[in-house]
Structures are given as C-alpha cells and as structure tokens.
Design a protein around this ligand. Structure first.
Ligand code: ADP
Ligand code: NI
Length: 211
C-alpha cells in the first residue's frame, strides 16, 4: 500500500463519524488541494517532502483539540504511524501542531514552506460552497443559531473567546472566514481564496436581503 492509502486507512478510525465538516473527505480535499497549489506555484518537492506534505494534510485534524479530548494520546499515535512509515516526524508534527487558525490568533507561528501549503489548503476548504456548508454544519453541531441580528460580531479575540463565546454561523463569516483571504501564504492559494471569498460575500448579501 502506498503512503496515501495508509494515511486514509489510519485516519478513518478517528474521522469517519465527524459531522462537523472534519471528516475523511475534508482531509482528502486538503491533500489534493495542497498538491495542486504546489504544482501551480511550480515548486519541486523531493519524495521525502511529498510524504511530509501528504502526512500533514491527512493528519492535521486528528490531533485537533476541538475534535478530541485525548490530544496527547492522539499525538503519540500519530508519531508512531510516522515512524513506522519512515516519514520525518518532526517536520510533520511542527506543521500540524502550529497550523490551526485558533493557535495563530495571538502569535503568528512561522511554518515551513510545506506547512504553508498545507495551511493554505486547509483554509481554502473553509471557503467557497463547501466552506459555507461546513460553517453551518459546525455551528449547528455546537448549538449555535444560523443568525441572530442581536448577537454582535466578536472583534479582537484570543483562542478561548473564539471557541467559548456564543456566536452565530453567519457571524463566523465575519469573525474568521472573510479574513482568511488576507492570511494566505502562497500565490496560488491567494488566487483561489479571492474567488471563493467573493462567492461567500454574494451568499451573505443574498442571505441578509432575504432576512
Ligand atoms: P482551526 O482548526 O484552524 O482552529 P476552526 O476551529 O475555526 O479552525 O475550525 C475550522 C472549520 O470549522 C472551518 O471550516 C470553520 O468554518 C468551522 N468553524 C469553526 N468555528 C465555527 C463557528 N463558530 N461557527 C461555524 N463554523 C465554525
Ligand atoms: Ni482541517
């Protein structure tokens, strides 16, 4: 079995049942997009580097503390998988432990070049038609309303506030999703983010009009 199939098999036991948009197909799209961005930007990766790119793409949400209460155990399991499959453990862990939006709210973490591609690919999956679907799925799962004009958009927040304070799914577009296009690392990522953001802006404008 090649590394990509092994990664899919490995994450299936953690992610198949997730109803919040962090399922196996999310990881597959991130891996596919990361490869696409690398090609667009004409970056040449060694075989080792491709393994790092794929591993970080598939594994990034397995250790996310919004999806698991046993982050430390998950980290150990992921590290074992990487060792068993001869992937550079430090390179992958450095990416997946530092790439999330919430962990970058106060201090921006410097990612490796490969990490920047994986982070952009993950962010692009929060945008566009799929991004809209994921935002409402996640918000519904958390018990948030679709929209409430009396709940204000949160400004300047840290990870705790971001995760804990009551918000609505529509507010999430202003609190995070519309900001992502200016946070993209890569040239190809910036272009796709601009297109997907314009689509979401149309969607929210139509939503407000119907409201
Ligand atoms: P990260 O894992 O990078 O910290 P998030 O916790 O924001 O980022 O989760 C990523 C995905 O979950 C995105 O698709 C995002 O739209 C969705 N999401 C996160 N928080 C919310 C929220 N409060 N309302 C709606 N969707 C959310
Ligand atoms: Ni993700």
């Amino acid at each position: 079995m090649d590394i990509e199939n092994k990664l899919v098999q490995f994450i299936k036991k953690y992610m198949s049942e997730d109803p919040t948009g962090h399922d196996v197909y999310h990881s597959k799209r991130v891996a596919k997009m990361a490869k696409k961005l690398v090609n667009f930007d004409k970056l040449t990766l060694s075989e080792e580097e491709v393994k790092i790119l794929l591993s970080a793409s598939y594994l990034h949400d397995v250790i996310d503390d919004k999806l698991t209460e046993s982050k430390d155990i998950r980290i150990k399991e992921v590290e074992k998988f990487l060792v068993d499959n001869h992937v550079d453990v430090d390179a992958v862990m450095d990416i997946i432990l530092n790439m999330s939006y919430s962990d970058n709210l106060k201090n921006k973490k410097k990612l490796s070049t490969i990490g920047q591609y994986v982070q952009d690919a993950d962010r692009l999956d929060a945008l566009g038609a799929i991004g809209i679907a994921r935002a409402f799925a996640y918000g519904g799962h958390k018990g948030n309303l679709i929209y409430d004009p009396e709940i204000n958009i949160k400004k300047d927040f840290d990870k705790e506030t971001y995760r804990s304070q009551k918000s609505t799914s529509v507010n999430h577009f202003y609190e995070k999703l519309f900001k992502l296009k200016d946070l993209m690392n890569t040239n190809s990522g910036k272009k796709i983010a601009a297109k997907r953001t314009a689509f979401m802006e149309d969607f929210i404008a139509e939503f407000k009009e119907e409201w």
